[in-house]
Design a protein around this ligand. Structure first.
Ligand SMILES: Nc1nc2c(ncn2[C@@H]2O[C@H](COP(=O)(O)OP(=O)(O)OP(=O)(O)O)[C@@H](O)[C@H]2O)c(=O)[nH]1
Ligand SMILES: [Mg+2]
Length: 323
């Protein structure tokens, strides 16, 4: 398994070992460079990941998900402010699984996050899949690994757009925060989107609006129908106004409570699931690269045999896996 696609190594003007050292010392530019290596699927990644591995497992990874317009970006900003007030170092990874390009819609978010632009205790980065072989399943966990090893106490993963992949990305965090807001779709839609299963902490944002209380009531009664083992974590449903800051402190407290409550077997299981997805994505990308590369004729050969009826697709796949 190679980590890259054979593109020239020119990007790494600074040796990997030095970049890793600098990132671990909290140097923002080194952290940014390492994440760029992830985005580019650079060949140096193998060495980077080997160097980072012993230094991971400390950060609290929090996934933030919710329908467009519920206030994910505003809330992320408010959470960062509160965490900074508690002297925590915070990284924000904004992920757009649907868009092949960075920028665009994320630009507005960057501006909003400008509140923290000059704070060295805050690192903000947008990421898109850019249509790479490995996609986001490949890139997101590796970016998290960089931020974790760089010593951030909390990493907020904000997903942009809607769909199953958001729920999946948020679902592999240590703690998943699901945001709702009045007027942003009722409880039925929440149930449809699968969020009743993934949330560890539910937050009804825009609590400065009068309808927030009834959204909370509806959500609570729906969650009450979900079966949970005795002693299991019961997701709280909190009211917050990201805009005024009301309730933000309580939300940060609930997020910390959740990770404390699950520390041990449950947290280990989530992290294992995340690592599993990561390893699988790396292995699959390596296989695709091997079979799909211009140099590799094996896939074309078996495809031709399948297309002309000389062999069946299962036998062909077996041959590929054995090759
Ligand atoms: N009244 C009120 N409005 C809010 C609050 N939080 C966010 N908003 C507004 O809701 C709108 C959407 O907020 P965003 O933070 O951009 O929401 P988002 O979920 O990141 O949106 P997408 O990135 O498009 O999915 C903006 O106009 C915000 O100003 C709040 O607490 N109260
Ligand atoms: Mg947003």
């Amino acid at each position: 398994v190679t980590s890259g696609d054979g593109r020239p190594r020119s990007r790494a003007a600074v040796p990997v070992s030095e970049l890793v050292e600098q990132a671990r010392a909290g140097r923002t530019r080194a952290v940014a460079r390492l994440i760029s290596l992830v985005e580019d699927e650079a060949p140096e990644l193998r060495e980077v990941m080997a160097a980072l591995a012993p230094h991971t497992g400390r950060a609290h990874v929090i996934g933030i998900t919710g329908a467009p317009g519920v206030g994910k970006s505003t809330s992320t900003n408010a959470l960062v402010r509160e965490l900074r007030a508690q002297d925590k170092r915070v990284a924000v990874l904004a992920i757009d699984p649907s868009s092949p390009f960075s920028g665009g819609a994320l630009l507005g978010d960057r501006v909003r996050m400008g509140d923290h632009a000059t704070d060295p205790g805050v690192f903000i980065r947008s990421m898109a899949s850019r249509g790479h072989l490995g996609g986001l399943a490949w890139a997101a966990p590796q970016a998290l690994r960089v931020l974790d090893a760089a010593g951030f106490d909390v990493v907020l993963v904000e997903t942009v757009g809607v769909g199953q992949s958001e729920v999946e990305i948020a679902g592999t965090a240590d703690t998943t925060l699901v945001l709702l807001a009045p007027g942003m779709g009722d409880g039925i839609q929440a149930a449809k989107a699968g969020i009743l299963e993934v949330g560890d902490v539910y937050v009804v944002n825009k609590a400065d609006r009068p309808e927030a209380a009834s959204v909370r009531r509806d959500l609570r009664s729906m969650l009450a129908l979900t079966e949970r083992a005795s002693g299991a974590w019961r997701p709280p449903v909190l009211l917050m106004s990201a805009q005024t800051g009301e309730g933000v402190e309580r939300v940060v407290e609930a997020l910390a409570d959740h990770v404390e409550h699950t520390r041990g077997e449950q947290l280990a299981a989530r992290r294992r699931a995340r690592a599993r997805a990561e390893v699988e994505a790396i292995a699959l990308a390596a296989m695709r690269r091997r079979w799909g590369g211009v140099a590799s004729g094996e896939l074309d050969t078996v495809a031709d045999e399948v297309a002309t009826g000389r062999t069946d697709p299962y036998a062909a796949a077996d041959r590929l896996l054995e090759s």
